[in-house]
Design a protein around this ligand. Sequence first.
Ligand code: TUI
Length: 314
Amino acid sequence: MLNKILKIKYPIIQGAMANIATAEFAAAVSNCGGLGIIGTGAMNVEEARASIQKCKKLTEKPFGVNVMMMNPYTKEIMEMIAEEKVAVVTTGAGNPGIYMDMLKASGAKVFPVVPSVALAIRMERSGADALIVEGGEAGGHVGEQTTMALVPQVVDAVNIPVIAAGGVADGRGLNAALSLGAIGVQVGTCLLVADECPIHENYKLATIKAKDTDTIVTGRSLNSPVRVMKNKMTREHLRLEAEVSDREELEKLTLGALRKAVFEGDMQNGSVMMGQIAGMCKEQKPLQKILDDIMEGSKKELQNLISKHEEMSW
Ligand code: TUI
């Protein structure tokens, strides 16, 4: 199980939400028994180093750092992470193969996020310690496959542990991931409604209010699919996608808009990243309660599952 491998209490990793997953937030998740992750997606190398150093002061527990491979400072950030020696490095939105040996030599475990079986196999060959297999239900930058279909296919294709992500927010989701062959989960959307989550109040309220159908993927036609809450910005984005094809211009629109959502609480023009499971995240709670509820729900639902099996009696 993931918690035994990482020497943490719960088999739960915090998703690396850019601009949101600060040193303070990651330390809070680690102090609550999960694996906190600093999201360096929108940081330069000095900001990322300062965050790691701050997190080391705020928790004695293991924590990780995520590198978003589309970040222009990726190379420098990877070199800095190897110097700072962190427990786990996760990566997203690209292939971290060329950094794998350096990171592993520093003592870090490397968990790339993969959206397909093909990349999973490549990452295993490059030396990944485990894989975070993320379905398109997730918020932010996503692949095309669903968690339900992708996780068991990756589990069958590789010999390293798999952590499931995308669409998980409670004990049933954790149990489903374990049933599909994963050893733990990564969650993001359900942490947006944590008391400790440093997003604008409007963002928290929008997550609480969101229904199952309130997210959409922009950027599919540009090969940069991003799941966000439907709003004025997404309508505009999808219109522009149909009309123009200046990929960089539209990517800038999305990244700039993420800051608008997180810091200014602009729910109309901002890029309000959240997963499809937002419809289930109905109340603001302390981080500790969110994680405890997932674990307690998982235990309770297992009894339910056993009863269902007995009832099947085929
Ligand atoms: O990375 C994420 N989620 C993210 S990153 C992010 S910041 C951003 N903001 C605006 C525009 C773009 C990014 C917000 N959310 N999740 C992990 C993830 N990685 N999902 C899918 C992938 C992925 C996709 C392609 C990983 C590897 C990959 O490889 C392609 C290749 O072969 O190079």
